[in-house]
Design a protein around this ligand. Structure first.
Ligand code: SF4
Length: 337
C-alpha cells in the first residue's frame, strides 16, 4: 500500500490502482422501470439545478482526459439516450486530445433512431441491456412493453457501426434464468457479444437477496450443456468481464461476477454522477463534490487535485461479503454501470 498521495499525475489510489476508465452518469431518469432497479412509480429524480449542465460535464471530462490520464469514457444513466444534449457531449469529448475511447451503456430504446448521429459524433461502441427474448416477460420485468424497441436499437447500433455491440443480461432465479442458452444463441446469430451480469446489491428498494442471485458458476453450468466454452486467450486486464470462446471462437461470452468472483484488485474505474459527485467505487458510501467547486470558480488544477484526492481514498474492494457491508444510499439508477 502506498503511503503518500502523489500531488500530480494520474488517478492512483493507495493500493496502486490507476483509474483510466471514467463512467459518466448523464441522468438518473429512465424510461423503463426494471423490477430489480427501481419501484414502478420511479424515484425522486434529481432536480434541474442539481444536474450538471452539458458544458460542465464536458469541462470535467476534459480535466479527466488532459490532466488525470483517463483514456476511456463511458456514458451511462439512468438512461443516457434521454439526455437532450448527448450528441453534443459525445462530439466534444471526441474532439479532445488525446482522444479517449467513447462508449455508452443503454437500454436501447431510441437507439435505432440515434445511432447514426451518435456514431457521426464520435461514439465508438455500445452496451445494450437485454434480459429476455420474450416480449411479455420483458414487459413484466421492465413494466414497459418496449421489447421490440430494444431489438431495433441493437440492430440500429450494428448497422451504424457501433461495434462490437455488447449485450448485458442480468439473470434472476425463477424469473429469466432459464434463458441463458437462448440469449447466447440470439447473440451469436446476430454477432453481438453477450455478457451475463451477477445481480448486485444496488437496487433502490434495497431488496437484493443473495440467494436469489444467479451466480457465475450457475450461468456457466447452464451454458456448457449447449456450447463448448474454452478459455479466452485475450489478456483480461482490468476488464470487468471474464470471457470464454464459444465453440472454438472467435465468438465470445462473458460473465461479470462482481459478487462471487470480485475483480476489485485490478479496478481502473472512476465515476462521475449526473450531479457532479466523484465515486471511487460503484459501492462507495462516500462521494466527493466537484460541482460545488466548479460553480464556485475552481480552476482545472483545483478540480484535478480534488479528483485525485477522492480516488486516493478508494477502498480495496466492494466488501459485499464483509459483515459490515453497507449498501450505498445512491441507487444504481443514479450511478450508472
Ligand atoms: S466494486 Fe468497486 S472496486 Fe470493485 S471493481 Fe467495481 S468499482 Fe472497482
Amino acid at each position: 500500500m502506498n503511503a503518500t498521495q502523489p500531488s500530480d499525475g494520474v488517478l492512483v489510489d493507495r493500493y496502486g490502482r490507476v483509474a483510466r476508465d471514467l463512467r459518466v452518469s448523464l441522468t438518473d431518469k429512465c424510461n423503463l422501470r426494471c423490477t430489480y432497479c427501481m419501484p414502478a412509480e420511479g424515484l425522486p429524480w434529481l432536480a434541474g439545478p442539481e444536474l450538471l449542465g452539458d458544458d460542465e460535464i464536458i469541462r470535467l471530462i476534459r480535466v479527466a482526459v488532459r490532466q488525470l490520464g483517463v483514456t476511456e469514457v463511458r456514458f451511462t444513466g439512468g438512461e443516457p439516450l434521454i439526455r437532450p444534449g448527448l450528441a453534443g457531449i459525445v462530439a466534444a469529448v471526441a474532439a479532445l486530445e488525446p482522444r479517449p475511447r467513447i462508449s455508452l451503456t443503454t437500454n436501447g430504446i431510441g437507439l435505432d433512431r440515434l445511432a447514426p448521429t451518435l456514431r457521426a459524433a464520435g461514439l465508438d461502441r455500445v452496451n445494450v441491456s437485454l434480459d429476455t427474448l420474450d416480449p411479455e416477460r420483458f414487459a413484466r420485468l421492465t413494466r414497459r412493453p418496449r421489447h421490440a424497441d430494444v431489438l431495433a436499437g441493437l440492430a440500429g447500433a450494428a448497422a451504424a457501426g457501433l461495434t462490437p455491440v455488447k449485450v448485458n443480461a442480468v439473470l434472476m432465479r425463477g424469473v429469466n434464468d432459464d434463458e441463458a442458452p437462448a440469449l447466447l444463441r440470439f447473440a451469436l446469430a446476430h454477432g453481438y457479444e453477450l455478457r451475463f451480469i451477477e445481480q448486485m446489491p444496488l437496487d433502490a428498494q434495497h431488496g437484493w437477496d443473495r440467494a436469489a442471485m444467479v451466480t457465475a458458476d450457475e450461468i456457466l453450468a447452464a451454458l456448457v450443456g449447449g456450447f463448448a466454452l474454452t478459455a479466452d486467450p485475450t489478456e483480461r486486464g482490468p476488464a470487468p468481464a471474464e470471457t470464454w470462446l464459444v465453440d472454438g471462437g472467435p465468438a465470445r461470452v462473458g460473465v461479470i461476477a462482481s459478487v462471487t468472483r470480485p475483480f476489485c484488485g485490478d479496478c481502473d474505474r472512476t465515476r462521475l454522477t449526473a450531479d457532479g459527485q466523484v465515486r471511487a467505487c460503484l459501492f462507495a458510501t462516500e462521494e466527493s463534490d466537484l460541482r460545488g467547486a466548479l460553480r464556485a470558480g475552481a480552476d482545472d488544477d483545483e478540480l484535478a487535485r480534488r479528483w485525485r484526492a477522492a480516488m486516493w481514498g478508494k477502498r480495496a474492494g466492494h466488501g459485499i461479503d464483509d459483515p459490515t457491508f453497507l449498501q450505498p444510499a445512491r441507487p444504481m439508477s443514479a450511478i450508472g454501470g
